[in-house]
Design a protein around this ligand. Structure first.
Ligand code: FAD
Length: 362
């Protein structure tokens, strides 16, 4: 059996792993990406695809700002270089309030009072919104992408630029020295490398089985419905209390979501279908006549403090990790990949990494 010898091996080809490979190969670093399943078959290929710094609070905000600008650049370069349209769009959106408490909460998250719209202003933008609302926060440029196309385009781009992609599962890591690691694969060649990047999403906690570190990442399941209901939500998307509905570029209304602690179960359920429909109908009553075209389920990587985990370990400086994107992993993915590439190449980044340290759970 051959042994491959890239400088850097990346385990996991979701948005974080592929973005890391994309930025490393741009700097001419010889890297190999190992992915166990078909491209886009987990959260990074099934997510709703909303991108926005305004929805990201606290320590994540600078990372989200960096990522929004990287998403814009990717939207320009990927279609030119791969021919794949990632369907990046900027569209109006409204966060709805049905009562005073929700109104106060929304206003506390947006310092610009002029973004608050009264119901009549909202109905002139989108007449199908529930007449029960008391107002909402308006955003003129809410961004979204087709996540499956984004992942496919990035995959295509990294392969064209020379990243070797291996379709296999990593089942162990042997630390030979500070500059040498051996990865054991289920079916094919071993991989020997100088550095490894763990970007296995909710499966990243496997690392704790392979080396002596604590990595308490868990999966948080979410489900989405894709509906056919022509004639609504053409001008803006809506959201309310963690739920959303948007007419995407594929002509379907995507609506969700749920937060379920079901371990690694990625199956869809009728309970979640009904719960999502109820929320969607609350926002847009006409959705009760919509046809369900598709239901999907996937897993978000969640850390104990809900913040991403990014960087290398004190005891294992040759092992880097990027995970914990939770509900904002698509928004943050390019920045997480870029930051990891900067830490590897320059040992520094312009983002304050204090809150994202991998050792913080020890
Ligand atoms: C319903 C839902 C909607 C969402 N909507 C949005 C949204 O609108 N906006 C947003 O910003 N975020 C959204 N998210 C969150 C986002 O999808 C995730 O945070 C993000 O995709 C996580 O990316 P990742 O690369 O860390 O992990 P993943 O996408 O899970 O990728 C990890 C990859 O690693 C591979 N892997 C694991 N173990 C191994 C191994 N041993 N060997 C080889 N490969 C391995 C897996 O097969 C997988 O492909 C949503 C999530 C859900 C569930």
């Amino acid at each position: 059996m051959n042994t491959l010898k890239p400088d850097i091996a990346i385990i996991g080809g979701g948005i974080v792993g592929i973005a890391t490979a994309y930025y490393l190969i741009e700097s001419g670093i010889n890297c190999t990406l190992i992915e166990k399943d078909p491209v886009g078959s987990h959260a990074s290929g099934l997510a709703y695809g909303s991108i926005g710094a305004s929805k990201v609070q606290g320590a994540n905000y600078p990372l989200a700002l960096k990522s929004v600008s990287l998403h814009k650049k990717l939207s320009e370069s990927l279609s030119t270089h791969t021919g794949i349209d990632i369907q990046y769009r900027e569209k109006e959106s409204i966060r709805l309030a049905f009562n005073e408490k929700e109104r106060e909460f929304l206003l506390s998250t947006d310092s610009n009072i002029s973004n608050w719209l009264e119901p009549s202003q909202i109905f002139s933008l989108e007449p199908s919104i529930s007449k029960q609302i008391i107002g909402g926060i308006h955003e003129t440029k809410a961004m979204d992408v087709n996540t499956y196309n984004l992942l496919s385009a990035l995959h295509n781009a990294i392969e064209t630029k020379g990243v070797q992609v291996i379709h296999d599962e990593v089942i162990g890591i042997n630390v030979n020295s500070n500059t040498s690691l051996t990865l054991k694969l289920k079916n094919s060649a071993k991989v020997m490398c100088n550095k490894v990047v763990i970007s296995m999403g909710p499966w990243s906690n496997k690392l704790s089985d392979w080396i002596n570190i604590k990595l308490p990442i868990i999966p948080l399941k979410g489900q989405i419905l894709r509906l056919s209901k022509p004639g609504i939500l053409e001008n803006c998307s809506v959201s309310w209390s963690g739920n959303y509905a948007n007419l995407k570029a594929d002509g379907l209304i995507w609506t969700g979501t749920t937060e379920e602690n079901e371990g690694y179960d990625e199956s869809t359920t009728t309970e979640s279908r009904d719960k999502i429909m109820l929320s969607a109908i609350k926002m847009i009553p006409e959705i009760k006549n919509a046809k369900i075209v598709k239901q999907t389920a996937c897993l978000r990587p969640m850390s104990p403090d809900n913040l991403p985990i990014i960087g290398s370990f004190t005891d294992y400086p040759q092992i880097y990790i990027g995970t914990g994107g939770l509900r904002s992993g698509i928004t943050l993915g390019p920045a997480i990949g870029k930051v990891i590439s900067e830490l590897i190449l320059q040992k520094s980044t312009d983002i304050d990494m204090t809150h994202f340290k991998p050792d913080r759970f020890e």
